[in-house]
Design a protein around this ligand. Structure first.
Ligand code: GRF
Length: 212
């Protein structure tokens, strides 16, 4: 199904997250996929699905602001209602983030606000945490710090390796990210003054999907 709600997806790599969005019957259309790296699998996945692709190499730019300026121009050509970060390995400038306030989401592999930043699976295992997960959140100026809409929560198993844990997390990410995008496309979610409202009611915390 498709309607006039337009999504632009930004990625840097393999694009399994993009694939889960492509494979979901969303009330939205994926207008374009933009990568900051050439020749990545995520671009092939988009092309396979007949979605327009663009490569904007950050290495060609002297500053983050200059790159983000051109990235913003490209996204805005598509009049995106929502910008979806799907493994986009770039820190975004404040101007960029502010321009898309309430329209820019990310999925981060931890139960935010715990474990912001990189190497979350390793850090969770090192700390012998009983639970791990992934969070869909609005992006604000603080790295991995924006309001969290939806989480998948899983137990860390005694038998887990980093690889098995990452795989189990990704499988659930591929369910919750399309779900969150669907809610947004349906107009059920609003971000007002840094607070998420769902169906007109202020959320006191994220929706948590437990996979125990
Ligand atoms: C996902 O695990 C997501 O949590 C993180 O980046 C990863 C992207 O994976 N933000 P892929 O490139 O979509 O396979």
């Amino acid at each position: 199904m498709s309607n006039n709600y337009r999504i632009v997806v930004l990625l840097s790599g393999s694009g399994t997250t993009l694939q889960s969005i492509i494979d979901t019957d969303l009330p939205a259309e994926i207008s374009a996929v933009i990568s900051n790296k050439p020749d990545v699998m995520g671009l092939s996945r988009a092309q396979e699905a007949a979605i327009p692709t663009h490569v904007l190499e950050h290495t060609a730019y002297e500053s983050r602001e200059a790159f983000d300026h051109d990235l913003q121009g490209l996204i805005d050509e598509y009049e995106a209602d929502l910008v979806v970060l799907a493994g986009f390995m770039r820190i975004l400038s404040d101007d960029f983030v502010n321009h898309y306030s309430g329209k820019l989401i990310n999925i981060h592999p931890s139960l935010l606000p715990s474990y912001k930043g990189m190497h979350t699976h390793q850090r969770v295992m090192d700390a012998a945490e009983p639970f791990h997960g992934s969070s869909v959140h609005f992006v604000n100026a603080e790295l991995d710090g924006g309001p969290v809409l939806l989480q998948a929560r899983l137990p860390v198993l005694a038998s887990d390796s980093i690889e098995s844990l990452e795989l189990r997390i990704k499988t659930k990410e591929h369910l919750i990210y399309p779900t969150a995008i669907t809610w947004l496309a349906e107009g059920r979610i609003e971000l007002t003054d840094g607070e998420i409202h769902m169906d007109g009611k202020k959320m006191t915390g994220p929706v948590v999907m437990d996979y125990m």
